[in-house]
Design a protein around this ligand. Structure first.
Ligand code: ATP
Ligand code: MG
Length: 566
């Protein structure tokens, strides 16, 4: 694991690149790409790939392209393209003028297929999809050659042209590579190169009715763009021989495919297909629901790009799959927010407090520190008056032992203000619920200390009732109750582990008046409560809406301490 203060180390991908640089394999060039399929929003797993690809380009003074892998016309939508561009930019990466689409290469890819046919390395096959599957064989048994495998080059060229011209129905014929039906690698058993699909494509419209398969499009797109290192996740390891076969047989620029383990994160799912299910079936409010592990969800939740980049740096890259603890992500977030967010006072579940001996109508401005971690962030004034709100949970009528907060007859400090003592409790006659406290304040304790040196242990946050703003606060918890919701069977029952309490909405919170007019996405630490941000979708000036980004308690720091001790 790399941390800022440890020595610079290289990961296994960097080792490969450095070896290539030594032997001048690509004339000293490093050119990577991030190739999303526009069939959903990006998630934190994609962030790992983005940081890796753009990060390597930056480290070796190379380039990184953004390329949409849009070879699958039925699923892609322009909305996804826009969200992906905006997410990559927000993460802090720049593809310059190198925004590409695999669909830009359809004509060239078609030419490559024709080239393979002409060289006797591809053939048109009339078997149905089912028949192709049935004749493919298994891990232990070889496949069977297609009866169409030995069609003449002329016939293949003619049929392929007519496939393109739209003469045949969907699925009626395919173009296949002629490799080896007995190969131990199933991907090499005459894989399909082109299929007929009469679907409208988001960029090429109805120009094409045949579409290249992923494996045929991906490597050739890499080659066309002059990519040197094609970095992908482990599930493509078995496809590498095919990736290499196409490029070798076509005799074109040959990038090196390198696989790494995808990110799995506890208490969530990282698969666009599953995330889409949650969106479509209404388990969340959308792709940018603050509980989602999508980049747009994390952003709306209050994550900073820096914290996500730092997380990706710390988890590193490896060859073996693992499940990363989400508390590490939260730790990286707290570390960053602690440095940069202003502290403010906000009361989430207000309890009215009347200071009996404080003059009516009087308002005092008291000095407060914006961020004890960073004196440059300055100070502000908070307003104190006779009627205040404190947190309901900071008062107990029958306090347990070691209770340092407010209780009848007890004295506490109000942050930046005075010591107060509880002298009366008003209850609702019907329900018995505490509705109001009466307190007295000690005027000589202004600023929160006493000249006689008497000690109070508890310090509470508060707001002035008349001056504070009403706000809604959304408290988020883990989306799933199980660390690995896709760990059972095939993962299909992952929705059974959704956390029914992942969102709690508090509608009558009170926040200090300095928050008036705060911009969407502004981040704060609510003293003693956690980090919060202004919701970019629902917050309006008249009624601020905050999302809890993360609580203050850092379980990762504890884990690390135990690890160090152990
Ligand atoms: P999903 O399974 O979520 O649909 P995908 O791999 O199909 O993901 P793509 O749009 O094809 O999504 O991915 C673009 C790039 O991001 C690929 O290079 C892919 O390997 C990488 N990627 C996707 N998920 C992860 C992950 N969890 N960790 C690391 N990289 C990932
Ligand atoms: Mg994919």
């Amino acid at each position: 694991m790399t941390t800022k203060d440890s020595v610079q180390t290289t990961n296994f991908i960097e080792d490969i690149i450095e070896e290539n640089l030594k032997t001048n394999k690509y004339n000293g060039r490093v050119h990577t790409r991030f190739p999303p399929e526009p069939n959903g929003y990006l998630h934190i797993g994609h962030a790992k790939s983005i940081c890796l690809n753009f990060g390597l380009a930056a480290k070796y003074k190379g380039l990184c392209n953004l390329r949409f892998d849009d070879t699958n016309p039925s699923k892609e939508e322009a909305e996804y393209v826009e969200s992906i561009k905006s997410d990559v930019r927000w993460l802090g990466f720049d593809w310059g003028d190198r925004l590409f689409y695999a669909s830009d290469y359809f004509e060239q890819l078609y030419e490559y297929a024709v080239q393979l046919i002409k060289e006797g390395k591809a053939y048109v096959c009339d078997l149905s999809a089912d028949e192709i599957r049935e004749t493919r064989g298994t891990f232990s048994e070889p496949g069977k050659n297609s009866p169409y495998r030995n069609r003449s080059i002329e016939e293949n060229l003619n049929l392929f042209e007519r496939m393109r011209a739209g003469e045949f129905a969907d699925g009626f014929r395919v173009l296949r590579a002629k490799i080896d039906m007995a190969s131990p690698n199933l991907n090499m058993r005459d894989p399909v190169i082109y299929r007929i699909l009469k679907a409208t494509h988001h960029r090429t419209g109805d120009k094409w009715c045949i579409y290249p398969m992923y494996d045929f499009a991906h490597g050739q797109s890499d080659s066309i763009e002059g990519i040197t290192h094609s970095i992908c996740t482990l599930e493509f390891e078995d496809h590498r021989p095919l990736y290499d076969w196409y490029l070798k047989e076509l005799g074109i620029h040959h990038p090196q495919q390198i696989e790494f383990a995808r990110l799995n994160l506890s208490y969530t799912v990282l698969s666009k297909r599953r995330l889409l299910e949650l969106v479509k079936e209404g388990y969340v409010s959308g792709w940018d629901d603050p509980r989602m592990p999508t980049i747009s969800g994390l952003r709306r939740r209050g994550y900073t790009p820096e914290s996500i980049r730092n997380f990706c740096e710390r988890i590193g890259v490896a060859k073996a799959d693992s499940l990363v603890d989400i508390v590490l992500l939260e730790h990286c977030l707290r570390e960053d927010l602690n440095k940069r967010t202003p502290r403010v006072m906000a009361v989430l579940r207000p309890l009215r407090v009347i200071i009996d001996n404080y003059p009516e109508g009087r308002v005092e401005e008291l000095g407060a520190v914006n961020n004890p971690e960073d004196p440059r962030m300055g100070t502000r004034k908070v307003l104190f008056s006779r009627v205040l709100y404190i947190e309901r949970e900071d008062f107990r009528e029958d306090p347990p032992q070691k209770w340092f907060r407010l209780a009848p007859g007890r004295e506490v400090r109000l942050r930046y203000a005075y010591y107060i003592t509880c002298v009366g409790v008003v209850k609702d006659e019907q329900t018995g619920e505490v509705v109001e406290l009466h307190c007295t304040y000690d005027p000589v304790t202004r600023g929160g200390w006493s000249p006689d040196g008497r000690r109070v242990k508890g310090t509470l946050h508060w707001v002035s009732a008349a001056h504070s703003l009403e706000a809604e606060v959304r408290l988020y918890d883990r989306l799933f109750v199980k660390a690995n919701p896709v760990g059972e069977k095939d993962g299909s029952d992952f929705k059974a582990y959704l956390n029914p309490n992942s969102l709690e909405t508090l509608t009558s919170c009170r926040v200090e008046p300095s928050l008036k007019g705060a911009a969407p996405e502004s981040r704060y630490q609510f003293e003693r409560k956690g980090y919060f941000c202004i919701d970019s979708v629902d917050s309006i000036d008249e009624k601020l809406v905050f999302n809890r980004t993360v609580s203050l308690r850092d379980t990762w720091a504890k884990i690390e301490k135990v690890q160090k001790r152990g």
